[in-house]
Design a binder for this molecule. Sequence first.
Ligand code: XUL
Ligand code: CO
Length: 436
Amino acid sequence: MTAFPDVGRILFEGPASKNLLAFRYYDADEMVEGAAMRDQLRFSVVYWHTFRGQGADPFGPGTALRPWDDGSESIENAKNRARVAFEFIEKLGAPFYTFHDRDVAPEGSSLAETNKNLDAVVDVLEEEQQRTGIKLLWGTANLFSNPRYMHGAATSPNCEAFAFAAAQVKKAIEVTYRLGGEGYTLWGGREGYQNLWNTDMARELDHLAQFLHMAIDYAKEIGFTGQFYIEPKPKEPTKHQYDSDAAACLNFLRQYDLLDHFKLNLETNHATLAGHTMQHELEVAGSTGALGSIDANTGDLLLGWDTDQFPTDIYLTTQCMLSILKYGGLNPGGVNFDAKVRRESFEPIDLFYAHIGAMDAFARGLKIAADIRADGRLQELLAERYSSWDDGLGAEITVGKHDFASLEKIMLDKGEAEANRSGRQEMLENLINTYL
Ligand code: XUL
Ligand code: CO
């Protein structure tokens, strides 16, 4: 049985190819900065949008045609869907995937039954991973769709919602471990508030930290050594999410002694919702040693919500890959396409076009970033800009040889600081464009 009879393995055909079902830039074996593109980019397909997304929006129901899916909540349908997912990922040639517990298997009428359903589908995932060699980048639990989580999960005022979420994450970590997952992600879901009149923020944050400590303690107990991530997002579904941006996440992790156990999974559209660029978020995380993985998508700047579109903008992917290379790559993270096809792109083939374009955009971004780094002018100009700190007074300040009084004396003697140099913003923007 095949769900995509008209599509074979997607091949690299090079930039001259006119075939839109081929890669023009992503050549998995091509070496860039000493590693194959496959290992530099570590592409990953998300189960939730790609295999569960129906294209519904707040104004209308789903439109997607998915002939292999009978629309039921049966285990058989879930198992079949899992096999289709692997056919797709294998044909695409992505080495990884990610899923939430509830994406892959239906909920039962009790936690025990739900866990049993999950195990039954995880049997198929395991079988398909072995058959194809595709690996699990990270696992996660859906702690936001079920109505029990209406007030949040770890931050719920209802301690039994917290307890249920704990049981759910325990199981999801076990399943991730069983499947050889390289990481585990906790996105905030509904951990935030809609209204401060009914919210004890300090208490909620204490509970969230306690929950994360329980997760890492349990991973340790069972021997799961994968990387844990939290994923910043400023709003949606709540008015304010506690993990609002990279800086807020880092502050939270530091405050609660969690910094050694978590890295950040940064998502482009979450960065823009936070009023930042993805480059900003990558620099904040990277410069702190906390850059873990990316959810590679993009938003629509004319729509103020999380549109989760596939990335096609070479300028954006170049910025991403420049920061990623600068901070030593993503391994064990990856470039995870947390993106969905548009409601109007309802045919199965659109899933291929979407992923192929995004993979090519990132491959191109990687190659351009590597060119910029090999050329070296950008780094030279940056180094030059800070060169006053390399010796003399700057170096003395850096090593702690001065205080306010000694600096005052120097400036009283000199009377004025040395003249500034131009920031050369336009020249640098032009320089970047010469590589594109
Ligand atoms: C939500 C989002 C999630 C996480 C996984 O905006 O990005 O899909 O990536 O829970
Ligand atoms: Co995401």
